[in-house]
Design a binder for this molecule. Structure first.
Ligand code: PRP
Length: 186
């Protein structure tokens, strides 16, 4: 696994520091609210679990799975959504949608739209990585940990073909591992 890594872009200490900064922002924004954190699987599992432990707030946690890439490196443009709870109560709550990466924006846009259809009246987005240069739809993150350049990255929940999610840092893979095109995504 480690021999596939080209370089570490964001190390563990930097992640810890920026998570604390982000958590302080979130505490300020959601103090006194009925906070519902919805983590978008699978990629956000590491970020969401680290983040909620830094939030000294009463909150509930839900998950939904969204998938658009399959095993490739480019978004297919369609997003498959599956909620894990059947009885999601959204109305009157402050929803914080958490994802590992905001890339084209199609996933979070689709999820947000669905949450409003299901009765949510307030949805904020919070992402670990923001690849702003890749945006294809009109959507900005309300909260983010890092902005990253347009290189294919893995680790801290992000995968390539299902692997590398367990790396504790964000790394660039050697281009030959994923087929060589440096301007593709994850
Ligand atoms: C990744 C990532 C985001 C989405 C971002 O999910 O976790 O949810 O893509 O891309 P977008 O902004 O272009 O929509 P993926 O479909 O790879 O599923 P995974 O989280 O299970 O790895």
């Amino acid at each position: 696994m480690f021999e596939d890594i080209d370089r570490i872009l964001i190390d563990e200490e930097t992640i810890r520091r920026e998570l604390r900064r982000l958590a302080a922002e979130l505490v300020k924004a959601f103090k006194g609210r009925d906070l519902l954190v919805i983590a978008v699987l699978k990629g956000s599992c590491v970020f969401a679990s680290d983040l909620i432990r830094l939030l000294p707030l009463p909150l509930s946690l839900e998950f939904l799975s969204a998938s658009s890439y399959g095993e490739g490196t480019e978004s297919r443009g369609t997003v498959n959504l599956r909620f894990l709870s059947d009885d999601l109560r959204l109305s009157g709550r402050s929803v914080l949608l958490v994802d590992d990466i905001l890339d084209t924006g199609r996933t979070l846009k689709a999820v947000k739209e669905r949450l409003f259809e299901l009765g949510a009246d307030a949805v904020k987005t919070c992402v670990f990585l923001d690849k702003a240069a890749r945006r294809a739809v009109d959507l900005q993150a309300d909260f983010r940990c890092f902005e990253v350049e347009d290189v294919f990255v893995v680790g801290y929940g992000l995968d390539y073909a299902g692997r590398y999610r367990n790396l504790p840092y964000i790394a660039a893979l050697r281009p030959e591992i994923y087929g060589g095109a440096p301007k593709s995504t994850s």
